[in-house]
Design a protein around this ligand. Structure first.
Ligand SMILES: Cc1cc2nc3c(=O)[nH]c(=O)nc-3n(C[C@H](O)[C@H](O)[C@H](O)COP(=O)(O)OP(=O)(O)OC[C@H]3O[C@@H](n4cnc5c(N)ncnc54)[C@H](O)[C@@H]3O)c2cc1C
Length: 351
């Protein structure tokens, strides 16, 4: 029997940042990933510290932001990649009132670090912005797929990665001693399965509602954008005249298939804002692991403490993941209590 400190199920953003916590603390582990369609594989990976609908900072935003930037820069360096791109975001104003709200927000403590107090007049001949734009400062784009690919290779080389779907029926609870899975004994198992948590018999009653998002990838040689542009949707430069456009929000569908309706919605948007030709070269879809109360799902199963959850990263998983992995690690190893706003114990009837 092989013994490790932890078994991890899922190597999306959540699984990767938790494994990295374990590596940093010299803990042994093994990861299982079945290479299912995932949110992390399609996400643009923008780390945007401002909620651009309301001009507010998300929950623990500044703390999460600082940690995420240093975390991804370090990981990118370890893996010999350039996976962190400086990516200013230009918010395209929808009206004079919208402009006004932006300048009011730029005075507020916390927001003034990220909201530039200046109106950018539109001088683009290819993108409409009659009310001008405002710049979000310090935002970056993380090339998540590239990081995940390189990180899983690294784990394979270390003999810590098993490329297969986790079989819940093969999991044995070893009393107070932890778990045993296919000849591997561990003191706990961390489930980081994204929206596929719905298949996990131990946690599937938790309110992970899920929200499907779709992107179009377009080629537009005349557009020449250097910044991500945001009005109803984002237009994000990928290099080589390619742009990611989206993503849609669909609360009804929970699969990762691309749809004609999302394509039409995004093309209708493009026809309103673009003044140049483009061609669609691809379309992508994924399900965001969102929760009813928009808070993450962390912690030990109340009846089987060796079963642990790291989920509910929602719409801003890139910024949130390093912070949550750190909270969870401190909880498991150093018994630091989890705040009610993130702990799964806020749903006592769901177990
Ligand atoms: C269209 C779209 C755009 C987004 N854009 C952004 C953005 O710009 N910025 C941002 O911060 N966030 C964005 N997000 C949100 C972000 O992608 C998610 O919050 C984050 O990726 C969730 O990561 P996760 O690891 O929890 O889940 P996932 O990425 O879904 O990963 C789950 C992993 O678990 C594995 N798995 C599941 N079940 C099993 C099993 N039984 N056995 C083995 N392996 C299993 C899967 O193969 C997968 O690798 C976006 C999401 C979508 C869908």
């Amino acid at each position: 029997m092989k013994t490790v400190d932890y078994i991890v199920v899922g190597l999306g953003l959540a699984g990767m940042v938790f494994c990295d916590q374990l590596e940093q603390h010299q803990k042994s582990f093994v990861v299982y990933d079945g290479d299912f369609p995932s949110a992390s594989k399609v996400a643009a990976g923008l780390i945007n510290p401002v909620i651009l609908k309301r001009y507010t900072i998300p929950w623990k935003g500044e703390e999460q932001f600082d940690l995420a930037i240093s975390y991804f820069s370090r990981l990118s360096e370890i893996l010999n990649l350039n996976a962190v791109d400086v990516m200013p975001i230009y918010k395209v104003f929808s009206s004079a009132e919208d402009q006004n709200n932006w300048f009011e927000a730029s005075d507020k403590p916390g927001l003034n670090r990220f909201i530039k107090d200046e109106l950018i007049r539109n001088n683009s001949e290819t993108l409409r912005a009659p009310y001008g734009k405002g710049e979000v400062l310090e935002s970056v784009r993380i090339r998540i797929s590239q990081l995940l690919q390189a990180y899983s290779e690294r784990l394979k080389n270390q003999d810590r990665f098993v490329d297969e779907s986790f079989d819940y029926d093969a999991l044995e609870l070893d009393g107070d001693q932890g778990v045993i899975y296919k000849g591997v004994k561990a003191k706990a198992i961390i489930f980081a399965e994204g929206f596929r948590l719905k298949n996990n018999p131990h946690f599937n009653k938790l309110p992970l509602v899920g929200n499907k998002g779709e992107y179009l990838i377009i080629r537009a040689p005349e557009l020449c954008l250097k910044q991500a542009s945001k009005s109803t949707f984002f237009v994000i430069p990928l290099g080589d005249d390619l742009y990611k456009v989206g993503a849609t929000f669909n609360w009804n569908e929970k699969d990762s298939n691309v749809t004609a309706s999302a394509r039409e919605e995004l093309q209708a948007y493009l026809s309103k804002i673009l003044l140049c030709e483009y061609e669609v070269v691809d379309q992508e879809a994924g399900v965001r692991p969102t929760t009813g109360d928009r808070r993450p799902l962390l912690g030990r199963h109340p009846k089987h403490p060796a079963l642990v959850l790291l989920n509910g990263l929602g719409t801003r998983g890139t910024m949130m993941a390093p912070y949550l992995a750190q909270l969870l690690y401190e909880h498991l190893e150093n018994h630091i209590p989890l705040d009610d706003s993130v702990s799964i114990t806020r749903f006592p009837k769901k177990f």
